[in-house]
Design a protein around this ligand. Structure first.
Ligand code: C2E
Ligand code: CA
Ligand code: CA
Ligand code: CA
Length: 279
């Protein structure tokens, strides 16, 4: 038993060592990743449920690491938030998404909204609004074509300041969505002051929607809350036709997920846009 314990211990430290070196490799590599063009955005399509129309894309970050292969944003975004690199990284994401949209527009493709994820650290960094305004002006795009996806964590430390920043962003004319809704610190009393266009129903509630009565009750409550506040709802993580049908029946406005479309390379997303052109 003692032997096994020791082996267990040795294994544990080796595993910890491995994870630690990976973390260092990622954390130190992030700066270069941006310069060396190892980062790119994928675009996941979003559809309206009444007409089944393509209404937008969510931009999702990818890192093609030279040694580690594809690294998930779920792994490197938290590192970037910790060391502050999320600020330049977030700016890069925003600029890339806007440039891509502007390029689709120049090609004469139908232009749809693009949603960009903004982390809480980036949101609270001073000057966010001014930089977004400048980037929008550079792109020449109507501000309403940009949506920022914020999580409930933006209101955690300083909800009054969050309300203020969201007001400024709203005045720029862009749209705001609350991501992963229902999973975080929800102060419902703030919802109305947040200038939101949309609540994103977290995929955790969509996964077992058909079998889990409680998840169904929560999704129903989110949809009716949104409706009463004049907000749209978009469900994420829709993987099956049955989930889509039920969401539509429940009155959800929009959806995204593998059933409707995986995150696409920019070129494929452009082709999807082109297929929307009425002929
Ligand atoms: P998120 O904002 O909740 O994004 C949705 C995640 O669900 C994405 O994972 C997407 O690829 C995945 N997904 C989409 N449809 C389905 C489905 O039908 N089933 C399942 N199981 N998953 C689906 P991804 O791309 O790995 O991103 C993970 C998280 O990383 C995002 O979660 C977001 O929080 C963060 N992230 C991604 N890009 C950025 C970025 O540019 N900036 C910031 N700050 N965070 C980002
Ligand atoms: Ca998101
Ligand atoms: Ca989400
Ligand atoms: Ca999430």
């Amino acid at each position: 038993a003692k032997e096994a314990g020791r082996n267990g211990y040795r294994f544990f430290t080796a595993e910890m060592q491995r994870r630690y070196s990976r973390m260092l490799l990622l954390e130190n590599g992030l700066r270069q990743a941006m310069e060396r063009q190892q980062l790119r955005l994928l675009y996941q399509p979003q559809f309206s449920l009444d007409e089944g129309r393509l209404i937008g894309f969510e931009a999702l970050l990818r890192w093609q690491h030279p040694e580690l292969g594809m690294v998930s944003p779920a792994e490197f975004i938290p590192l970037a938030e910790k060391n502050g690199f999320i600020v330049p990284l977030g700016e890069w994401v925003l600029a890339s998404a806007l440039q891509q949209q502007a390029s689709w527009r120049r090609q004469g493709l139908p232009v749809v909204r693009v949603g960009v994820n903004v982390s809480a650290v980036q949101f609270h960094h001073p000057g966010l609004c001014e930089r977004i305004q400048a980037q929008l002006a550079d792109s020449g795009l109507p501000p309403a074509l940009l949506e920022l996806e914020l999580t409930e964590s933006v209101m955690m430390d300083n909800p009054e300041r969050a309300v203020e920043v969201m007001g400024q962003l709203h005045r720029l004319g862009l749209q705001l969505a609350l991501d992963d809704f229902g999973t975080g610190y929800s102060s419902l009393s703030y919802l109305k002051r947040f200038r939101l266009a949309r609540l994103k129903i977290d995929q955790g509630f969509v996964r077992d929607l058909l079998d889990d009565e409680e998840d169904r009750a929560i999704v129903g409550a989110i949809i009716s809350l949104a409706r009463n506040l004049g907000l749209q709802t978009i469900a994420e993580g829709v993987e099956h036709a049955s989930q889509l049908a039920l969401l539509r029946q429940m009155g959800c406005d929009q959806a995204q997920g593998y059933h409707l479309g995986r995150p696409l390379e920019a070129e494929q997303a452009g082709a999807l846009l082109a297929s929307q052109v009425p002929v």
